[in-house]
Design a protein around this ligand. Structure first.
Ligand code: SAM
Ligand code: SF4
Length: 474
């Protein structure tokens, strides 16, 4: 076992705020990129080593186009060498948009009177989940505003409800959460419902900016949010997701602060966060944000490549906030999970056509409006392997990204065959003839080229899936 999640002890430093903005600015000021240094840092990462703050700062400060291209190519090579071509698919499901906070960037904020408030009832949750299952989804992230109604008990109940819902061969096998920070007791209640990852984005790691954009409500407490995932760890939720909302402050500072947060987890818990998210601000109902720090496409692509190199073992999540073109480009530089067929309007999956977005009924505008079917078809065409795999989570193999990265042969033994088995399930249950044909072509090509370790066992399981069995994995 790589690390034992049951036995670690929260060390004294765990709950202490660990972001020092002066320290981060100093690293950036002192970083002086040269060709030699940049190349050495890329090589270090390709040798499967985590980068330090000083090294990451050098990549961040690199301006020469030739070297930026090398950073991007390095990220691409790392992704191909370590993870191969799998892309995990999920969908967000907004449970409720009541909110007592006042985040200037968010359509749900309490001062936005235009937002139409809604909390899905049991029947509505069933409708939405069935719609998602009928397109093939197996992994969801449930999203909640911050409101007394969305207590830990309520969140846990909605998670349990989602796991109960079945439609044909459809079922949700992993429910992740994006919701407000909780107390340790609260996290314990939620943990018992069987969640996967708990995400809390810091939004900005720059304390002054944080206060500027979080006008009122409990979210205004920077340190409470900063230490929230330590409390999650204390409650034994060890799959946690961190993130920055890019566009609030200087992207260079925020990338380095994300790495600082990773360092904190590694130091205290011996393992980094499960995932990193890097949303950019999108248009929203009554959006009230200065555009000064908005991140250009060019810098966005660069920062994703830098994150891939700096923390090679962590999952990187890219959402439908971004347009198709950027999503396709950034996939090559190390993203491991994307959403598909996303509709974030309240009750959107059952009631709303995605081409008819109403910002007063959703948190922000999404740009990639492709259906899950279209995304899967395009992934296959561009030689990616779409995956709905949830095996590690269900077998208690937490920290799977870390294992993929550090256990020799793990990907060939588990990840690749499991991705292919979940793709085969999708092809049998949801794909049209054209996608089915090219999907199986991809699977057989992979069998022939020796991508997987236990070929005969894999073929047996594949046959079983074709004969109607489901949920088979290594
Ligand atoms: N209420 C919870 C909280 O604040 O942690 C849930 C957060 S929200 C439903 C999920 C994330 O969406 C936020 O953490 C923020 O990063 C992001 N977000 C909010 N407004 C956005 C916007 N206008 N564009 C893009 N992302 C946005
Ligand atoms: Fe509420 Fe979260 Fe939106 Fe802030 S980001 S207004 S806390 S839903």
């Amino acid at each position: 076992m790589i690390y034992n999640t049951q036995t670690y002890k929260i060390k004294d430093e765990a709950m202490k705020p660990f972001i020092d903005s002066k320290e981060i600015h100093n690293f950036l000021e002192n970083a002086k990129p040269t060709k030699k240094k940049v190349r050495e840092i890329i090589a270090k990462s390709l040798n499967k080593n985590r980068l330090s703050l000083a090294e990451t700062a050098i990549l961040i400060k690199t301006k020469e186009p030739e070297l930026i291209e090398e950073i991007k190519q390095g990220a691409k090579t790392l992704k191909n060498n370590v993870y191969g071509d799998r892309i995990v698919l999920f969908a967000p499901l907004y449970i409720g948009n009541l909110c007592t906070n006042n985040c200037q960037y968010c359509g749900f904020r309490i001062s936005n009177k235009k937002q139409q408030r809604k909390t899905l009832n049991r029947e509505e949750i069933h409708k939405e989940v069935k719609m998602l299952q009928d397109t093939g989804h197996k992994r969801l992230i449930l999203v909640y505003g911050e409101h007394p109604r969305y207590s830990p008990k309520y969140i846990a109940e909605t998670v349990k409800e989602v796991y109960k819902i079945k439609s044909g061969n459809g079922e949700i096998r992993r429910v992740n959460i994006n919701a407000a920070p909780q107390t340790i007791e609260g996290f314990k209640i939620i943990k018992k419902s069987g969640i996967g990852t708990y995400q809390v984005f810091q939004e900005t790691y720059h304390p002054e900016t944080y206060l500027k954009v979080h006008k009122s409500g409990s979210k205004r407490n920077f340190n409470n949010r900063l230490t929230s995932l330590d409390r999650a760890q204390e409650a034994l939720i060890d799959d946690v997701g961190i993130g920055v909302l890019f566009g609030l402050y200087d992207w260079k500072y925020e990338v380095l602060a994300l790495i600082r947060h990773v360092n904190h987890f590694e130091k205290v818990y011996n393992v980094g966060p499960h995932t990193i998210s890097f949303p950019r601000i999108q248009n929203a109902s009554s959006l009230d944000i200065d555009e000064k720090y908005f991140v250009s496409d060019e810098n966005f692509v660069k920062l994703v490549a830098i994150l891939r190199l700096a923390v090679p073992y962590t999952g990187l999540i890219l959402t439908a906030r971004e347009p198709e073109k950027i999503r396709d480009e950034v996939l090559t530089y190390g993203v491991s999970q994307i959403d598909g067929g996303t509709n974030i309007q309240m009750s959107g999956y059952s009631k709303n056509n995605i081409n008819n977005q109403n910002l007063d009924k959703e948190q922000f505008k999404i740009s990639d409006t492709r259906s899950l079917e279209e995304i899967i078809s395009e992934l296959i065409d561009t030689d990616y392997l779409p995956s709905f795999c949830t095996a590690c989570y269900r077998l208690g193999r937490t920290g799977e990204h870390f294992m993929e990265f550090s256990v020799p042969g793990f990907i060939k033994r588990y990840c690749e065959p499991n991705a292919m088995l979940t793709l085969a399930e999708y092809l049998e249950d949801y794909a049209n003839d054209k996608i089915k044909e090219k999907g199986y072509k991809l699977i057989y090509k992979k069998i022939e080229t020796g991508t997987i370790k236990n070929k005969s066992m894999f073929i047996k399981k594949l046959k079983k899936i074709k004969n109607g069995e489901r949920d088979l994995y290594f």
